[in-house]
Design a protein around this ligand. Structure first.
Ligand code: SF4
Length: 261
């Protein structure tokens, strides 16, 4: 009988491993391994919180994790390396109340990346970004408004990876602690277009106070990538007017023009 604490740890490791596979663009779990070679050992060292007990000789290299053919292995490794670097992050006080680090999800080679503000309760519980009400609205914008597939055509992340208590805005020190990982994430994916969802994301990426109502729909540049500013889907839900919906629709049409150019 496995002790409860050990079982909890194993379940947590399994959850983290599955999230890692998803973040890395895997769509299935290979089943042709012997039990002793199951890929829990194949995750880059540092990915799991509790790896100290793992014998170093049993760890596989990052190369072995990506032994299946990949279109852009260097980019895949790079995004995985950013996640590994983040580790069980405690660089700001948001680590105190989080359940999971919400790193990001979608296609690591996507041409389009959406950047939001931070995880909410649903995201914190599931470890995935934009899965609550605002997430459903974002999915609708992507799939019905842009006729794209959320999982295949986009990657979605936030400026902070841990849930701010009570869904408050992330504070300056929290954004400062987490921003380097967002930058590395975006550089690893290097999409054609980044869309900043709402004022905090736009202000963080542009490094200045953005008046989103005035500046939405305008193009900017971030590290050589095109950056579009638009409203956060949560704002759309709060102010569900024809004018606001039309504004986001127009912003996304501009994004599509660049993606299809
Ligand atoms: S919000 Fe970012 S910097 Fe702060 S603890 Fe979470 S992952 Fe680390």
């Amino acid at each position: 009988m496995v002790p409860t604490t050990e079982r909890a740890l194993l379940l947590r490791q399994l959850k983290n491993y599955l999230l890692f596979l998803k973040e890395s663009g895997h769509t299935h779990i290979p089943l042709n391994h012997e039990l002793s070679e199951l890929p829990v050992m194949a995750v880059p060292t540092g990915y799991f919180q509790d790896r100290s007990a793992e014998p170093s000789e049993s760890r596989m290299t990052q190369d072995s994790l990506f032994s299946e053919p990949q279109d852009h292995p260097e980019e895949l490794l790079s995004l995985a390396a950013v996640r590994e670097d983040l580790g069980d992050c405690q660089r700001c006080k948001l680590c105190e109340n989080r359940q999971t680090i919400v790193f990001g999800s979608g296609n690591p080679h996507a041409d389009l990346v959406f950047v939001g503000e931070g995880p909410g309760a649903d995201e914190d519980a599931q470890g995935l970004p934009f899965v609550g009400r605002a997430g459903k609205k974002l999915t609708e914008i992507i799939e019905k408004g842009m006729l794209l597939d959320r999982e295949k055509d986009t990657y979605i992340c936030n400026i902070v990876k841990c849930r701010p208590p009570g869904n408050r805005d992330p504070e300056r020190d929290e954004v400062a602690a987490c921003k380097p990982f967002l930058i590395k994430q975006l550089k690893a994916i290097r999409p054609k277009v980044i869309v900043a969802l709402g004022k905090p994301a736009a202000s963080t990426l542009l490094g200045r106070n953005v008046a989103i109502t005035k500046e939405r729909g305008t193009w900017h540049e971030f590290e050589g990538m095109k950056l579009m500013l638009t409203y956060h889907p949560a704002y759309l839900l709060r102010a569900y007017t024809r004018e606001n919906r039309q504004a986001v629709y127009e912003d996304m049409q501009k994004v599509l023009e660049v993606l299809n150019a």
